[in-house]
Design a protein around this ligand. Structure first.
Ligand code: ADP
Length: 476
């Protein structure tokens, strides 16, 4: 992995560089200040030594013994006025106490006229003439040089070896502390960067698992207040939606496969009947009556196939959300027409029909609404017993256009109730088949009602009867 492509390493390198820069600048400034302070102190010491030295001259230069020696503190760095004029003999005669920490040397034209015992052997004169006092550093020596005129100078100095050693020690300590702080900063930075990167890694790991097919996997939400929390929540919500969509798709696919299998199965039966019937009839010569009987059987199978294909076509149209034309239609009028058309069937099953039809108008496809009424009412007749009754009611219930079809027939057992609207579901198989039912009537009814933004429900008591309730959207 390229270090410069890693966020963690880039953060780390940046933090390290900034920390090093800040610490170096701070250390350098602190060292410079310490250095300046120390040399300012040394220079003050040298100034005091100079003042003490000049006091040695005071009694001889001033015969009046009561007079105070010249006060150099008021004019620091200025030698006494007679100093430069003084001949070498005068210098020799003056009693100058030997200094302890400092040394001095009087120079004339580069020659040392007089020097303290601890003075170094080689003390060069100032390279350029600067009147008054100036400071210079020679190796481990610090010196104050006083000139009155070119050629004559006084040098007062001292060794700064211990001071320089102190400053070097200080530099080392600051370097070590700086290195420790840098290491601490880098470790802390690494720790924080790792903590920051971890949720991103979690997100990426989870996304990989999900991409690998584990759709139930979710990202751990980082601590509250973490900026990545909302991202993790949004991604989790997206994964939830994806998961749901995937499950719905899978369920739809399964339904589709089951549906195709059921449809094929339903078609296979009449086709098998036709094939068997024709094979058996054609196997030998038949009488006219036998041919007639055979043809009637084939016709029944063909009717069944037609019913099935028509139902499948109706469902396919409803599934494709193909919006049929909607016009204002009177539900009560449609209900009455369907009821009248089914009256012969009801009579055949010895079932009485009654109605309670209030005028209700909705915007709908009248053919499809007729189909809904027909499916429900024909079921109410088919799944009834001789002497039973069916009732159809159309009303506005709390402003909702409602259609109720009830019967006092066989009823539906509780565990079958949720499935009756499923395609090819038949609660009472033998009865349904003997009625010519294929298990698509209620599925088509539900699809039509939902296409009209309505709802359908059923309540039933086995042996007492069932009631199917269709509610259309009030704005329909
Ligand atoms: P089918 O063609 O079998 O009638 P439907 O979709 O119309 O198919 O009905 C599904 C199943 O619901 C039926 O097989 C039947 O068992 C049950 N069913 C429907 N209506 C009634 C009813 N009024 N009374 C009792 N059972 C019913």
């Amino acid at each position: 992995m390229n270090l410069f492509h890693s966020i963690r390493w880039r953060l780390q390198i940046w933090h390290g560089a900034v920390l090093l820069l800040v610490l170096t600048a701070f250390g350098f400034t602190a060292y410079q200040l310490a250095h300046e302070n120390r040399f300012r102190m040394i220079d003050r010491e040298l100034q005091k030594a100079t003042d003490r030295l000049f006091k040695s001259f005071a009694p001889k230069e001033h015969p009046d013994k009561g007079k105070a020696p010249p006060d150099f503190s008021r004019s620091p760095g200025k030698p006494p006025s007679d100093f430069s004029k003084g001949p070498a003999e005068m210098l020799m005669s003056v009693d100058i106490p030997e200094p302890e920490d400092t040394y001095y040397a009087f120079l004339e034209n580069g020659t040392i006229l007089r020097a303290s015992k601890n003075a170094p052997a080689n003390i060069p004169p100032p390279q350029t003439f600067i009147e008054g006092a100036s400071m210079r550093t020679r190796g481990e020596l610090r010196e104050q040089v006083l000139c009155k005129n070119p050629g004559t100078s006084l040098v007062i100095g001292r060794s700064v070896a211990t001071d320089l050693a102190d400053l070097h020690r200080l530099a080392w300590i600051m370097g070590l502390v700086g290195a420790a702080v840098t290491a601490f900063g880098l470790i802390g930075g690494w720790w924080i960067a790792s903590g920051t990167i971890r949720p991103i890694k979690d997100i990426s790991d989870t996304a990989s698992k999900i991409a690998g097919g584990n759709l139930a996997e979710r990202i751990k939400i980082p601590h509250a207040g973490n900026e990545l929390g909302p991202l993790a929540q949004t991604l989790n919500a997206t994964f939830d939606r994806l998961h749901t969509a995937y499950e719905q798709l899978r369920a739809a696919l399964k339904r589709q496969t089951d549906f195709t299998a059921d449809a094929s199965h339903e078609l296979r039966t009449p086709v098998s009947v036709i094939l068997a019937e024709t094979t058996s009839t054609l196997s030998r010569d038949r009488t006219g009556a036998e041919y007639k009987e055979s043809m009637e059987s084939i016709q029944r199978s063909a009717r069944r196939m037609r019913q099935l294909t028509e139902s499948l076509l109706a469902l396919a149209r409803l599934d494709s959300k193909h919006d049929s034309e909607r016009v204002p239609c009177e539900v009560n009028v449609i209900a009455r027409e369907v009821m009248e058309s089914l009256r012969p069937l009801a009579e055949q099953h010895q079932v009485t029909l009654s109605h309670d039809l209030a005028p209700v108008q909705i915007r709908a496809n009248p053919g499809q609404i007729g189909q809904v009424v027909e499916n429900l009412l024909s079921n109410a007749i088919h799944y009834n017993h001789p002497g039973g009754s069916c009732r159809i009611r159309v009303a506005l219930e709390n402003g909702t256009p409602t259609l109720l079809v009830s019967d006092d027939g066989a009823g539906i057992v509780e565990q079958d109730l949720p499935q009756v609207f499923e395609r090819f579901y038949r609660a009472d198989k033998s009865r349904s088949q003997s009625n010519g039912g294929i298990g698509l009537g209620l599925a088509i009814t539900k699809a039509i009602v939902e296409a009209h933004k309505g709802s359908i429900s059923v309540s039933s008591q086995p042996g007492k009867g069932s009631t199917f309730t269709v509610r259309f959207a009030p704005e329909n």
